[in-house]
Design a protein around this ligand. Sequence first.
Ligand SMILES: C[S@@+](CC[C@H](N)C(=O)[O-])C[C@H]1O[C@@H](n2cnc3c(N)ncnc32)[C@H](O)[C@@H]1O
Length: 163
Amino acid sequence: MDCIDKSDSQIIKFKQNLKRLGLNIKIQKKDFLKLTTNQNVSSILLDAPCSALGTFRRNPDVASKINQSKLKRNQKVQMQMLDKAINILDENGIIVYIVCSFHPFETINVIDKIAQKHKNIRTLSLESDKMIKRQNGYFINPLQFKELGGSDIFFVSILEKTK
Ligand SMILES: C[S@@+](CC[C@H](N)C(=O)[O-])C[C@H]1O[C@@H](n2cnc3c(N)ncnc32)[C@H](O)[C@@H]1O
């Protein structure tokens, strides 16, 4: 597995989390949008940059830091990253798009726009009682994690590249 992030500070945090979880995964500093590959990849987990609105339970200040124009800027980057991911993906390859946001601009609208742009992309279904189904993805249902004290809200959409 190849993990990349373009930010030094994020890589430090990521490494701390890996250590805490006892996972041995290498992460490299690279800009995904400038990535060149010799061969395509079969799957990509895209934990995309977003407003982090879904973490408001732990970080109440996220709501005051975000506005409409920042959300639009985030959407642009999310679309660029998905375009790139689709570009380097094998046929029948899978992209798991995740954001810790519940705002439509960063979730269902992004997937709608990507599916309109790339006719060779379809969304796949998930079977889980812990998710709330929308037209092209799923939100984590925080009510299903009461025994853990609740949870942040994430959006996930699984995309398959067809012919
Ligand atoms: C939601 S965070 C991912 C957090 C990571 N999964 C973790 O557990 O630490 C989104 C990340 O995308 C990174 N990012 C944004 N644009 C990028 C790009 N063009 N290439 C690589 N990483 C990028 C940011 O630095 C940020 O760390």
